[in-house]
Ligand binder design. Structure first.
Ligand code: HEC
Ligand code: HEC
Ligand code: HEC
Ligand code: HEC
Ligand code: HEC
Ligand code: HEC
Ligand code: HEC
Ligand code: HEC
Ligand code: HEC
Length: 393
C-alpha cells in the first residue's frame, strides 16, 4: 500500500521540481532579455560582471563624516549611506556605483573639474542619459534646460529632483500610475527652488487638500506644468489653453460631485462674453495675447481659495469687485451684479436675464425659421408659376 503510494508521489515531486526549474530558467531568461532590451546591448550598463564591486567604493564612502571642499569653498558630503542606497530603486536593481561614475575605478580618483556644487550636479547628471534616454530627451525642451543653457546654473537638473543614491520607486510597476506617496512629495521637490510659490500653494484649496490630506483628486505642480518638459507658463499660448486645463477636472462630474462643486463652470464661462472671446481667440490666433480674463485671473493661480472662504472667497461681493476692477477700473458695487458669474440664468434669481434669453430662444428661431419658410415657399411658387407659364404656351 505504502509502496504504491510512495511510487505515485515520487514522479509527482519530480514533475514539480522539473517544472519549477523550467519556470526559473524562463524567468531568468526573460529577466536578462528585459534588461538588455532596456539599454543598448553593446555597453549594457547593468552588466556588473567586469565592474568594480560597490563594497570597494563603500569601504571609504560608507564611512560617516566624509567630505571634501570644492574650489568655490563649498563643502560636499561624500558619505553614501549603504542601507539607504540598498533600499533605493537603483541599489535594489543592483546598479553599481561605477555604472554612474564611469570615470572612477579605484583610488586615487581623476581630478574633479567641477568648481562648485552646481557644477557637480550639472556634470554628473549627464550620467542618467544612458538608461533614461526618453526623459533625458524630453528634458532638453524644458524651461529648466533653456534657463541652464542661457547661463542660469540654478535651473533644475535630474539630480536636483531625484537623489540618485536614495530615490525610491515612483511609478507603480503594474499600473504605471504614480504612487500616492511619490505624488504627495512633488510640491516639496519644487519647493527647494520655488519656495514662494510653494507657500502660496500649500494654503490654496488645491494644495491644502494634497499636502494636508493626501487627496489624489487635486492638481499637484506637475499636473498643470508637466514634469520633464515643463513649458513657459507666461506665454500667450499657455494662457489661452489654461481653461481646458481646469476643465479637465472641473467638468468631471464624478469627481466634482464628491465636493458638491458645479461642473458647469466651463460651459458658463465659454457662454459669457469673456469666455466666448477667449474661445474664438484660441481658434483664430493661438499665439496672440488676450486681455479677457481666463479662470485664474479671477480665481488666482497658486493661491486659489474656496469661493465661500470667509476672507478671500469670490462669492463675497467685495472680493468680486476687486477682481473686476483689475481690468474694469471704473467698476462700482453694482457692476458685478450685471454679470451672471457661473450661474445659469433661472426665473428665480435672475428673472430678467432668464426671460430675455428665453425670448431670444423663441424669437430668433421664429424669425429665422419664418424667413427660411418664406424663401422656400417663394422659390416653389416661382417654379410652379414658370411651369404653368411653359405648359400654357
Ligand atoms: C580609499 C578611499 C576611497 C575609495 C576606495 C573610493 N573613494 Fe571616492 N573619494 C574618496 C575621497 C578621499 C574623495 C575626495 C576627493 C579626492 O580625494 O579625490 C572621493 C571623492 C569621490 C567622488 C566625488 C568627487 C570626484 O572626485 O568625483 C565620487 C563621485 C567618488 N569618490 C566615487 C567613488 C566610487 C564610485 C568609488 C568606487 C569605484 C570610490 N569613490 C572609491 C575616497 C575614496
Ligand atoms: C544612478 C546613478 C548613480 C549611482 C548608481 C551612484 N551615483 Fe553617486 N552620484 C550620481 C550623481 C548624478 C551625483 C551628483 C549628485 C549631485 O551632487 O547633485 C553623484 C554624486 C556622488 C558623490 C559626490 C557627493 C554627492 O552626493 O554629490 C559621491 C561620493 C558618490 N556619488 C558616490 C557614489 C557611490 C559610492 C555609489 C555606489 C554606492 C554611487 N555614487 C552610485 C549618480 C550615481
Ligand atoms: C545603469 C542604468 C541607470 C542609470 C545610469 C540611471 N538609472 Fe534610474 N533607473 C534604472 C533602473 C533599471 C530603474 C528601475 C526601473 C523600473 O523599476 O521601472 C531606475 C529607476 C529610476 C527612477 C524611478 C522610476 C520609477 O518608475 O519608479 C528614477 C526617478 C530614476 N531612475 C532616476 C535616475 C536619475 C536621476 C539618474 C541619473 C542620476 C538615473 N536614474 C540613472 C537604471 C538607471
Ligand atoms: C524639476 C524636477 C525634475 C527634474 C529636473 C527631473 N525630474 Fe524626473 N520626475 C520628476 C517628478 C515630479 C516625477 C514624478 C512623475 C510625475 O509627476 O508625472 C518624475 C519622474 C521620473 C521618472 C519615473 C517616471 C517616468 O517618467 O519614467 C524617471 C525615470 C525620471 N523622472 C528620470 C529623470 C531624469 C533622467 C531626469 C533628468 C533628465 C529627470 N527625471 C529630471 C521631477 C523631475
Ligand atoms: C534646483 C532648483 C529648481 C527646482 C528643484 C525646480 N525649479 Fe523650476 N526653475 C528653476 C529656475 C532657476 C528657473 C528659471 C527661472 C527664471 O528663468 O526666472 C525655473 C523655472 C521654472 C518655470 C518657468 C518660470 C517662468 O517664469 O518661465 C516653471 C513653470 C518651473 N520652474 C516649474 C517647476 C516645477 C513644477 C518644479 C518641480 C517639479 C520645479 N520647477 C523645480 C529652478 C528649479
Ligand atoms: C492649477 C494649476 C497649477 C498648479 C497646481 C500649479 N501651477 Fe504654477 N502656474 C500655473 C499657471 C496658470 C501659471 C501662469 C500664471 C501667470 O501667467 O500669471 C503658473 C505659473 C508658474 C510659474 C512661473 C510664474 C511665476 O509666478 O514665477 C512657476 C515657477 C510655477 N507656476 C511653479 C509652480 C509650482 C512649483 C507649483 C507647485 C507648488 C505650481 N506651479 C502649481 C498653474 C498651476
Ligand atoms: C470673471 C471672473 C471669473 C472667471 C473668468 C471664472 N470664474 Fe469661476 N467663479 C467666479 C466667481 C465670482 C465665483 C463665485 C461664485 C459665483 O458667483 O458663481 C466663481 C465660482 C467658481 C467655482 C465654484 C463653483 C461651485 O459650485 O462652488 C469654480 C469651481 C470655478 N468658479 C471655476 C472656474 C473655472 C474652471 C473657470 C474657467 C473655465 C472660471 N471659474 C472662470 C469668477 C470667475
Ligand atoms: C487635477 C484636477 C484639478 C485641476 C486640474 C484643477 N482643479 Fe480646481 N479643484 C479640484 C478639486 C478636486 C477641488 C476640490 C478640493 C476640495 O474641496 O478639497 C477643486 C477646487 C477648486 C476651487 C474651489 C471650489 C469651491 O468649492 O469653492 C476652485 C475655485 C478651483 N478648484 C478652480 C480651479 C481652476 C481655476 C483651475 C485651473 C487653473 C483648477 N481648479 C484646476 C481639482 C482640480
Ligand atoms: C483680465 C481682465 C478682466 C477681468 C478680470 C474682468 N474683465 Fe470684464 N472684460 C474684459 C475685457 C477686455 C472686456 C471686453 C471689453 C470690450 O470689448 O470693450 C470685458 C467685458 C466685460 C463686460 C461687457 C461690457 C463691457 O464693458 O464691454 C462686462 C459686463 C464685464 N466685462 C464684466 C466683468 C465682471 C463683472 C468682472 C468681475 C467678475 C470682469 N468683467 C472681470 C476684461 C476683464
Amino acid at each position: 500500500m505504502t509502496g504504491t503510494r510512495h511510487n505515485l508521489i515520487k514522479p509527482t515531486v519530480f514533475a514539480l521540481v522539473l517544472s519549477f526549474g523550467v519556470l526559473l530558467a524562463t524567468a531568468a531568461l526573460l529577466g536578462t532579455w528585459g534588461r538588455v532590451s532596456a539599454a543598448p546591448a553593446a555597453d549594457d550598463p547593468t552588466n556588473t560582471q567586469s565592474q568594480v564591486d560597490n563594497s570597494a567604493c563603500l569601504s571609504c564612502h560608507g564611512q560617516p563624516g566624509q567630505q571634501m571642499t570644492l574650489a568655490s569653498g563649498e563643502v560636499i558630503s561624500l558619505t553614501i549611506d549603504e542601507n539607504h542606497y540598498a533600499a533605493s530603486i537603483h541599489g535594489s536593481r543592483d546598479i553599481t556605483c561605477v555604472t554612474c561614475h564611469p570615470n572612477i575605478n579605484g583610488y586615487p580618483h581623476p581630478v574633479l573639474t567641477a568648481k562648485n556644487l552646481r557644477e557637480v550636479a550639472i556634470q554628473m547628471s549627464g550620467t542618467c542619459e544612458k538608461c533614461h534616454t526618453d526623459n533625458y530627451r524630453l528634458a532638453t525642451d524644458s524651461v529648466h534646460n533653456t534657463a541652464l543653457v542661457s547661463g542660469n546654473e540654478n535651473a533644475a537638473v535630474c539630480s536636483d529632483c531625484h537623489n540618485p543614491h536614495t530615490q525610491t520607486q515612483i511609478l507603480d510597476p503594474q499600473t504605471k500610475q504614480i504612487l500616492p506617496a511619490a505624488r504627495v512629495q512633488i510640491p516639496q521637490t519644487c519647493a527647494k527652488c520655488h519656495n514662494a510659490i510653494y507657500d502660496e500653494y500649500k494654503n490654496s484649496v488645491h494644495g491644502a487638500a494634497l499636502i494636508g490630506d493626501g487627496n489624489p483628486d487635486v492638481p499637484t505642480c506637475t499636473d498643470c506644468h508637466g514634469v520633464h518638459n515643463i513649458s513657459d507658463p507666461t506665454t500667450a499660448y499657455f494662457r489661452l489653453m489654461s481653461p481646458q486645463l481646469c476643465a479637465s477636472c472641473h467638468t468631471n462630474k464624478q469627481m466634482m460631485d464628491k465636493y458638491g462643486i458645479s461642473t458647469q463652470v466651463m460651459s458658463t464661462y465659454v457662454a459669457d462674453f469673456h469666455g466666448t472671446t477667449v474661445t474664438l481667440f484660441q481658434k483664430m490666433s493661438p499665439d496672440q495675447p488676450t486681455n479677457k480674463p481666463v479662470c485664474y485671473d479671477c480665481h488666482g493661480v497658486h493661491n486659489m481659495t474656496n469661493v465661500n472662504d470667509p476672507q478671500y472667497g469670490l462669492s463675497l461681493q467685495k472680493n468680486i469687485l476687486t477682481t473686476c476692477q483689475k481690468c474694469h477700473p471704473d467698476a462700482t458695487t453694482n457692476f458685478p451684479a450685471a454679470w451672471l458669474s457661473h450661474y445659469i440664468p433661472n426665473p428665480k434669481t435672475t428673472p430678467l436675464v432668464y426671460y430675455v434669453q428665453l425670448f431670444y430662444k423663441i424669437f430668433i428661431p421664429t424669425v429665422i425659421g419664418g424667413m427660411v419658410l418664406f424663401v422656400i415657399s417663394d422659390f416653389v411658387r416661382r417654379k410652379i408659376d414658370r411651369r404653368k407659364g411653359a405648359s400654357h404656351s
